[in-house]
Design a protein around this ligand. Structure first.
Ligand SMILES: Cc1ncc(COP(=O)(O)O)c(C=O)c1O
Length: 378
């Protein structure tokens, strides 16, 4: 069986390092907001290139906390609007709703999975406050265009970087190979949210998340909001909730962060192999992007017979997934959006299939996936 993502194998590959870190954290006698979290926050901020990183409980809370913080700081009203793509994981929309704001759903591109920046401006109204570009599947959005639109209309930009740890974006594609010229996901806007869910490119051993930003006031408010709105012990100045990265997860993340770039390089290598070797009339490949602006959290193909192909691959011992079969406007939880006409988002939901991809896949496994697709009729 070629697993979609073999988490046991991934974690085992860190050997004694993970056990040592977990033992250290477990034996420290301090489990919330201690040395491990502080160290990881500093390391991750340095890695992303931002001044601040705040560890939180998960990606949904990271998104929610930033929106709540801005709402408090700028006295936004309930119902003010946030533009986000319709083809994303539900958490992007839930965060907006939880903060008392209104999601405004935008189409993605047809060829690539990210929000279509040319469609954003037509959604802007006097109530618009934020744009959330989601770096879906690990591919960074067109941040230059999005930041330009935001600047013109005085909007905030919150990157949903939950699938794009380590991706680097530069306006000049030639320079994208280097962090000297490009900037990492999480450092290309006013603030960013990360998830460290176990299967992410940087994942812990439970739930975890972080906010990154260069804005000192926002960082301070997010830290307070995610700690019951507390500013000093038992002094609660703001509305808040409890969502903190814990010491054990931070210890795991510090170990794994050191291998993130290497793992992403291997992901890109596998993706490139898929893109240059899969050849089948029923399969539509996405552009082969190898410049680090895509860190291939997910390797997506499109196929009109998606469900049939998924079953066929499973019968050949190959696990796949679909990201995501139901777009936001078709979810029951958002039935008020059911009448929206978003055909490109529908097309992604109907046709997308995610092939197995993990940095530890062997060349033979990758070849087996390719051969099984190329040699079958569907
Ligand atoms: C695009 C996107 N946004 C938000 C989230 C939410 O992160 P979490 O599962 O840590 O709450 C995820 C991950 O699951 C995600 O993929």
């Amino acid at each position: 069986m070629i697993k979609y993502f073999d988490l046991k194998r991934i974690n085992a590959s860190f050997g004694e390092d993970l056990k040592t870190a977990l033992n250290r954290a477990a034996n420290s006698g301090w489990y919330i907001r201690g040395n491990e979290v502080e160290q990881f926050e500093n390391e991750f901020a340095a890695y992303v290139g931002t001044n601040y990183c705040i560890g939180v409980g998960n990606g949904l809370d990271a998104l929610t906390a930033v929106l709540m913080a801005w709402k408090q700081l700028y006295s936004w009203n309930n119902g003010d609007e946030v533009i986000l793509p319709d083809n994303t994981f539900i958490a992007t929309a839930l965060a907006v709703t939880r903060a008392g704001l209104t999601p405004v759903l935008c189409e993605p591109h047809r060829e690539i999975p990210t929000i279509d920046e040319t469609q954003i401006e037509r959604h802007i109204t006097p109530l618009t406050r934020v744009i959330i570009p989601v770096h879906l599947y690990g591919l960074m959005c067109n941040m230059d265009a999005i930041n330009k639109i935001a600047k013109k209309h005085h909007l905030k930009v919150l990157e949903d970087a939950c699938q794009a740890h380590g991706a680097i974006y530069s306006s000049n594609a030639q320079l994208q190979l280097s962090t000297l010229f490009g900037r990492r996901a999480g450092n290309y806007s006013d603030a960013a949210a990360f998830s460290f869910y176990p299967a992410k490119n940087l994942g812990c051993m439970g739930d975890g998340g972080a906010v990154t930003t260069n804005d000192a006031e926002l960082a301070e408010r997010v830290r307070a909001i995610t700690n019951y709105g507390q500013t000093e012990k038992y002094q609660h100045d703001y509305d808040g909730f409890n969502s903190r990265l814990d010491e054990l997860q931070a210890a795991v993340l510090s170990v794994k962060l050191h291998r993130l770039d290497k793992d992403n390089t291997r992901r890109i290598e596998i993706a490139h192999y898929y893109s240059t070797h899969i050849c089948h009339p029923a399969v539509e490949l996405l552009p082969d992007i190898t410049d680090n602006s895509h860190v291939y959290h997910i390797y997506a193909i499109k196929c009109k017979n998606r469900n049939y192909l998924q079953q066929l691959l499973l019968e050949h011992g190959i696990q796949t997934q679909v990201h995501y079969p139901i777009s936001i406007h078709r979810q029951k939880a958002y039935s008020q959006y059911a009448n929206l006409h978003l055909p490109i988002s529908d097309h992604w939901a109907d046709d997308e299939l995610s092939l197995p991809l993990s940095p530890l896949m062997t060349d033979e496994e990758v070849q087996t996936v390719v051969n099984t697709i190329n040699q079958n009729i569907f």
